[in-house]
Design a protein around this ligand. Sequence first.
Ligand code: PLP
Length: 399
Amino acid sequence: MQSQDPAMRLQDLQYFGEFGGVNPSIEDSATYTFLNADKMEEMFEKEMAGCYLYSRHWNPMNRYLSDALAAMEGTEAAQVTASGMAAISATLMQLCGNGDEIICGRMVYGGTYALLKNFLPRFGITTHFVDITNPDKIRAAITPRTKIIYCETVSNPLLEVANIPALAQLAHENGLQLVVDNTFAPMLVSPAQLGADVVIHSLTKYINGTSDTVAGVICGRKAFINNLSDVNFGATMLLGPVMDSMRSASVLKNLRSLHVRMKQHSHNAAYLAQSFVDMGVRTIYPGLATHPQHRLFGTLLNPGYGYGGMVVIDMGTKQAAYDLMEAMQEEKVGYLAVSLGFFRTLFSSPGSSTSSEIPEAERIQMGLTDGLVRISVGLDNDMEEIFRRIARCVEAVTI
Ligand code: PLP
C-alpha cells in the first residue's frame, strides 16, 4: 500500500543503476538508437515503456526525476520542465484554448500573473483574478467557458493558504480542473491527495534547494502527462521546455534530502516569526495562530514538516524595508536576493521585485504594500544568533 507520507513514497522508489550504481546513470544523448525501423515508427504513434526517441520528448534521467516527483506528490505520473514558468505555461496551454477562461487566485507569483494577464489573452485565453480564500467570489466567476481554477497552496508573497479540498470540490462540481502551484509547500502539503488534478512546482526553489538550477515539474494523471508529450498536440513536446539530463541528475540527488531540509526551514521560520512578533513587528506566518488560515492549514498539512520556511514582515515604508535588507546582508543574516528555498536566508521586497508585475492599485488592494520584506528562512544551525543580528538591524532602521 502507498504510504501517506510523501518522504516515504519518494524513498520507496528505489533505483538500481544499470551498472550497479546507487544513483541512476546519466544518459548524455539528444537522440536514441533503434534496432529496427518499425519500432521507430511505432514510437511516433505511442509511448513505449523503456524506449526513448529524442531527448526533448523524453530521456531516461528526466523520467527518473519525474517518477520521483510523482511519487512525492502521489500522482500517477509527472514530467519535468526547464523552469517553473514552463511547467505553468505548458499546463495552461495544454488545458485551455481560444475562448476558454481561467479563474486564478488574485495573489500569485508575479510571473504567473503576467502570463495570465498579459500573455495568454493573445491566444484568446482570459483570466478572472479572485480572492481565492472566498468561495462565493470563485463560484460567481465560473462561466460556461471556464476550464481551470488555478491557485498556489501558499501564495507568493502574502502566504494566504488555499482550501484545496473545497476548491477541488467546487472545480469538479462544475466540470473544471484544479491546478495547484505547490512551490512554497513541498512535502508539507500533497495537493493531489486533497483533490487537485494537476500539481506544479518550480524546482528552482525548495526542491532543488541549492539555487544553482532553474527547473519545474508538472504532476498529474498518466493520460494528462502523456498528452503533454504527444508529438502532434503536446505542449511540452511542441513548446520544447526540456530539462537537461545533467541538471535532472543533480536535482534528483538534492530531492533526497528535501524532507530533512523542510523540517529545518519550518523550525527556523517558526522561531523567527515568533521572535518578530515578540519584538512588535507585524508578521505574516501561517504557523502563527493569528494567521487567518492557520487552522485550515493545520488540516491540510502532512504531519511533521511544520508550517513552511517563508516569513513576511511589514517595515511600514519602502525605505525602511530597503534599509533593513541592506543592513541584514551586511550583518551576514543572508542575501538580498529574489527566489527562495536556498540553504541561506534570502530576502527581498516583493512589491518592487517578484510581484512588481501586479499593478500598484491592485497590490495595495490586496495588502501587498511597499514596506513588506519576504524572508525565505535558511537552514541556519543557530537561529537565536541570527535573530540577535536581525534585531540589531531592525532597531537601527526604526530609530
Ligand atoms: N511559482 C512560484 C510560486 C514562484 O515563486 C516562481 C518563481 O519565483 C515560479 C512559479 C516560477 O518558477 P521558475 O523561476 O522556476 O520559472
